[in-house]
Every structure is written in structure tokens, then in C-alpha cells.
Design a protein around this ligand. Sequence first.
Ligand code: ATP
Ligand code: MG
Length: 475
Amino acid sequence: MRALLFGHRRRHFQVKETQVITEPIRISREQHPISRRNLTPGTLKVLYTLKDAGFEAYMVGGGVRDLLAGLEPKDFDIATSAHPEQIRRLFRSCRLVGRRFMIAHVRFGDEVAEVTTFRGPITDSHERDETGRILSDNVYGTLEADAFRRDFTINALYYDIRDFSIVDFAGGVEDMRLRRLRLIGDPELRYREDPVRMLRAVRIANKLKFDIDAASAEPIPRLAALLREIPPARLFDELLKIFLSRDAAANLDGLRRYGLFSHLLPLTEEALEADPASAALVQRALLNTTDRIIRSQPVTPAFLFAALLWPAYAKRVEQLSREQGHAPAIAQAQAAEEVIAHQQLRIAIPKRFSMPMREIWALQPRFINRSGGRAKRLLTHPRFRAAYDFLLLRAQSGEPGTAELADWWTQAQVADPASLPAIPESGQTENLTAAEPGAPRKKRRRRGGRNRSKANGPAADNTNAASDGSDGDVF
Ligand code: ATP
Ligand code: MG
């Protein structure tokens, strides 16, 4: 493909003091497999509208990269010479978003196209923090400047709507051929500018089954701690891309291998190192996620985080109940509060996910006591399904005492619970003790009841300790 150089004027482009890039390569339509049929109607519409209004317009990023790799892109990103206000004037349903850099979201039915104006080159005038992270970024530039602002060479390939050719400034086509993920420019500098690129390296390499180029891989363990500078809300978004993905298990391995994971989920890393059994549960959860994605079943962040944080939560429950003698309900509520509060320092898990996650945890001990109307009530609990799936996960990963329990609840959903055999007390799990089996049941509290001290007694029904909204204040 390199032979296919169109008649570009030879031009030099200064990326960094040390690196000079020459003219781009153009790969003509006959030389690459991307057809307009591969693009969504919304993407085509945006590209043509921009072009017809006299602007440059390209599909870029994951769209081009994934199509070249024979994968289905998650979304299509568009880069243009039009400025945000000009984009807005062209499209009726356009919203400008973003703080650091303005992005236009153009809506077509269900589809939202992300349109960005070419970024200008990084200069000394860009505001940085003391680690080198770029803080302000609002200078517009040319196509060339935009290309060198992108992270990896294979993410800087531009599909030109004028002649359907692909423009390659940074050697991305060659790297596609070599199945190699390579940062544009000096790796350390580029990671310092934006440490999230380290996470993207692991994720994108796994997605494509490419290797991370040695020079791009080398600085990652050294710089992994820079992730602490990233706002927790952005890391939450990145974590969803990493784990709600077909490559979830490989991504976990990659993040741990490069020393990135401990800066994201430190409690989980600790638990995984200390106890291989907890690794089994997390691993199983990620493999299940992959299966569900392949079968187009929904995957929820609440379930994902419930699994990722379960080993730390279960360990803390045990500490609080066995070592400090707390009643089960108290131990569970306090452990959930502590683990989530600690995690929020790194990853901002929105409350709409952390609340159901707590409920999934809080419902686990309720699977143990199945006497009287308890089983029936649990079966109709709004969060039963997620909690039951979580019980299955614990059973699949070999957590002691959960296999029979999981079987019982599987049957209970199709049979009358009263007709099912009782499971002996030895079926209880080690670390999530149920409330005293023989103790008189407390009057059921109203949902949303706020008086937590009611759950303190040894006879408390531990069910709602963490699920009635009373602990929400910590978020
Ligand atoms: P996917 O959409 O499959 O997650 P992607 O590479 O398209 O992968 P996006 O977040 O959609 O990821 O970003 C679109 C493009 O924007 C990237 O391909 C890259 O060119 C550029 N980009 C995204 N994040 C960064 C970053 N942190 N630094 C530099 N360029 C970036
Ligand atoms: Mg994308």
C-alpha cells in the first residue's frame, strides 16, 4: 500500500522537537475493503452534509480501524474542518458537548454521530499539570495536526468522503498489516499528556488481538500511577468500555500485567492476590459477560461492579462479623459502605448502579433462610433475578456451600417452594452468615425506612440492612 502515494506536495510536519513526519499516504478505494455500505446512514449523512457545505469531512478512529480489521465498529467518529458553531448550523438535532474539547453530537433517529473539529497541534501554551497532563485543549487545526493529536497510529486513519480513499499520516496502515498497536510520537510524553491512553492501549490491543509495540508498552508500568490524576467519572466510563466487552477477561489480565489495575480497583487487586478463589469469581463474571454480549443479552454495570468488588466485600463482612463480633446485618451494611466509599475515590460509580449493586449483595444471605413465606417474598423481590444470577455466579466459581443453594433456588422458580427439600444449615456460606435461623422475625420495615438501629438486634432480618436506601448518603 505504501507504493500508492498520490501526488501530494512533500510537506514536513513537526510533531515533537525530535520527530518530523513527511507527507501522508493515500490508499485509494480499490486498495482497501471499506465500502460506504459499511457505514451507518447517519454517518454518511453527516459526512455528505459537511462536504456539500464546503468542509473537509472524514470518518476516523475506531470506525476505520475496526472495519479494516474485519470487525464491527462500536461507533463512527467523524473529524471535520467545520467549527462547532458551523456544525450546529448544518444539523437540526445537534448538541455541543465536552469541556476540554467541544464535540458535536448529531442525532439521526437512534443514532448519534460524534463530530469533532480538527484539533490543533500541542504547543507550550497548552495548560498542563505537574505530571504533564494536558488540562486545556481548545485550539483548532488542520487535518495533519489532528492526525498527530490522536493516540495510536491505527486510530489516525481517515476515510475521505470525497473519493473514498484512506489518508494515513502516521504509518497506521503498516501497523494494521503488522498487527501492532503503536503510539504516535514519544510514548512517555503521550501517556503523560493523557494517562487514559494506557488503558486504551490494553483495551484496543485485546480487541484487535494486536501486540502493543515494545516502545509503547515499556513505559506503562512505570507511569501506571498517573491514572490517579484522572477524574473518577472519566475512569468509570473507561472501565465500562474495558469490562462490558467481549474481551473483559483478557482486559483484566492485561491491566494487571501492566500494573494498571491496582490504581483502578485497589481492593479487588488485593483480594485477587491474596486469594485465588476470589479470582475465580471475578474471572467467571467476566466470562459470563462475554457470553451475554455474544448472545446480545443485556449486561449491567451494577452486576459487573457487584462481582468485581465482591471479594473485598465478602472479606470485610467476615472481618467485621468474626473478628469484631458485629451482627451479620451490621457487618454487611458496614462492609458495603466501606468498600464502596473506598472505591469511589478512584472510580465514580453513579448511584443508579451502586444502589442495585448493594442490593445484590444484601440479598445474598436471604437465599439461605427459606422457611415460611421468606422464599415466596424473595422470589417476588424486584431485584431477585440479579441477586439469583449472582448466586449462580458464586456457585459456578466454586464458593463453598453455594451449589446446593443455587440448585434449590433454580427449582424454586418453577416449583412450589414449600414442596422443596430444606437445605441443611451446613449449606450456609462461610462468610455471609444468615440471621439466626430460629429467631423471631422482626416486623417487616416499610421500604425506605430510615431507622437503621432497628436492624441491629441479633434477630434482625438482615435483608434490608443495605437495600432500603438508608445508606445512600455516603455516595
Ligand atoms: P472504540 O470506539 O472502539 O472504543 P475508538 O478508538 O474509536 O475505539 P473513541 O473513544 O471512540 O475510541 O475515540 C475515537 C478516536 O478519537 C480514537 O480512535 C482516537 O483517534 C481519538 N482518541 C480517543 N481518545 C483519545 C485519547 N485519549 N488521546 C488521543 N486520541 C484519542
Ligand atoms: Mg469510536
